[in-house]
Design a binder for this molecule. Structure first.
Ligand code: PMP
Length: 452
């Protein structure tokens, strides 16, 4: 399908020749690159994107899941405009009414987030949650699961996509660096666990319980491989028993599995939650929350109130967890986020219904060709996996699926006006409906007919 893609996108190719001379690889996040060059969009409206050649696409990338009301939703746009006209372009450098308004909304939807702080991205949210765990437990290692992504910093850039020949035993995975520039220190300080294997996880945690501050996980790996219910409950129980905090990275699952995220769906409350993406309404955001007891470690005290390099007084600050950020709680972002939540409160069930229609349509089309496919995922995110396996429960299961055919199909779909990054999961928004599902299934049908 790459040839079909090339034929439709000459302007993107021309663009990539120029962009490579500006940004390494022509992109400003490695994930945005794909072979032979990424498509370049110029316009977004509702469920649709238009590229430089004027091709129109149904968007299922939705900026890696961040947009759940589509592009330029009128209610979100109105909220942004009103906030900016009233209050200007940036913060006052003081606490702001929208921080409290959003905070109350989050406390309602995520009752475990008794106190919370804002950050500028999901990456910063998980980073802060780990510092919180270190501060609370006074232990300085974390455990994460193989295949789970928590952002782009050194401490968690381990065993996200490890090569299987280096990954070690399934029940006791090696800690493998994901990037150049990750100092070896992290291999020792980030312990890797096998997802959905409670017995092996318990064994590793028990062995290292005096060193591990927290277990961090994506309740649904990559947004589409769910933790088993028993696994989740078992993990909650064992971490509690061992004095290890449990951190849910709900940057992807927050709002997308349901307004209350994975913790509502599973009925399991973590000690700390990290949110991001959807709750920024299309802008950069992160939120970290947890019990009062944990979060209040970051509450400034009289002794720590001057922590500013324009003054040299720093006394007492070491008793408080440092958290700062010029843009934290940016009002325009919170206005967009609150408007997004309002739309979702009315329409989220439709999104789930549309996702289900699309999933069953995809299964049907593959079945007609006699190809085994699974549509896995919950709520508004799913992926379709071509596999002979009965169940996909981990990174290693996923590695055994048929990537070549899936990738080829994805390029054909691109050429037929269905946008996603090849091999990526599908994220849906309130703006997807029957029309988009029909268009997508039609494109898939033509693709499968051309291949088989
Ligand atoms: N955690 C998870 C589960 C994510 O999916 C992502 C983003 N893909 C992040 C953290 C990092 O968020 P951000 O890109 O906003 O830094």
């Amino acid at each position: 399908g790459i040839e079909e893609y090339r034929k439709k996108t000459p302007a993107s190719f021309e663009f990539s020749k120029v962009s490579r001379n500006v940004m390494p690889g022509g992109v400003t996040a490695n994930i945005k690159f794909f072979e032979p060059y990424p498509v370049i969009m110029k316009k977004g409206k509702g469920a649709y994107l238009t590229d430089l050649d004027g091709n129109e696409y149904v968007d299922y990338l939705l900026s890696y899941g961040a947009l759940m009301t589509g592009h330029g939703h009128p209610k979100v746009m109105e909220a942004i405009r009103n906030q900016m006209e009233e209050e200007g372009t940036l913060l006052f450098g003081t606490p702001h009414h929208l921080e409290v308004e959003m905070g109350k909304k989050i406390q309602q939807l995520y009752p475990g987030m008794e106190r919370l702080r804002y950050t500028n991205s999901g990456t910063e949210a998980t980073l802060l949650s780990i510092r919180m765990a270190y501060a609370f437990t006074e232990k300085y290692k974390i455990a994460k699961f193989e295949g789970h992504y928590h952002g782009g910093y050194n401490q968690v850039l381990l065993s996200v996509n490890p090569p299987l020949n280096e990954a070690g035993p399934a029940k006791n995975p090696n800690s493998i660096v994901e990037s150049k520039g990750v100092e070896p220190y992290n291999i020792e300080h980030t312990i890797i666990l096998p997802f959905n294997d409670l017995e092996a996880t318990t064994e590793i945690l028990t062995k290292h319980k005096d060193e591990i501050a927290a277990v961090i996980l994506e309740p649904v790996q990559g947004g589409f491989i769910p933790a088993e219910q028993d696994f989740m409950e078992g993990l909650r129980a064992v971490t509690k028993k061992l004095g290890i905090l449990l951190i849910f990275d709900e940057v992807k699952t927050g709002f997308r599995l349901g307004l209350g995220g994975a913790q509502k769906v599973y009925g399991v409350t973590p000690d700390i939650t990290a949110l991001g993406k959807v709750v920024g309404g299309g802008f950069p955001v992160g939120i970290v929350g947890g019990s009062k007891e944990i979060m209040d470690i970051s509450a400034p005290t009289a002794a720590s109130d001057v922590f500013d390099n324009s003054q040299s007084k720093r006394s007492g600050a070491k008793d408080v967890l440092f958290h700062s950020g010029t843009y934290n709680g940016h009002p325009t972002i919170l206005a967009a986020g609150l408007a997004t939540i309002e739309v979702l409160e009315q329409e989220i069930d439709n999104v789930f219904e549309t996702a289900n229609q699309l999933k069953s349509g995809i299964r049907e089309l593959f079945l007609q060709k006699g190809i085994n496919v699974q549509t896995i995922g919950m709520g508004s995110i799913f992926n379709f996996i071509i596999t002979e396996k009965e169940k996909i429960q981990s990174y290693r299961d996923l590695q055994e699926s048929e990537f070549g055919l899936r990738k080829d199909i994805d390029y054909h779909l691109l050429a037929r006006g269905i946008y996603n990054k090849p091999l990526n999961r599908y994220s849906l928004a309130t703006v997807h409906g029957e029309k988009e599902v029909d268009r997508t299934l039609n494109a898939l049908k033509k693709t499968l007919n051309s291949l088989f």
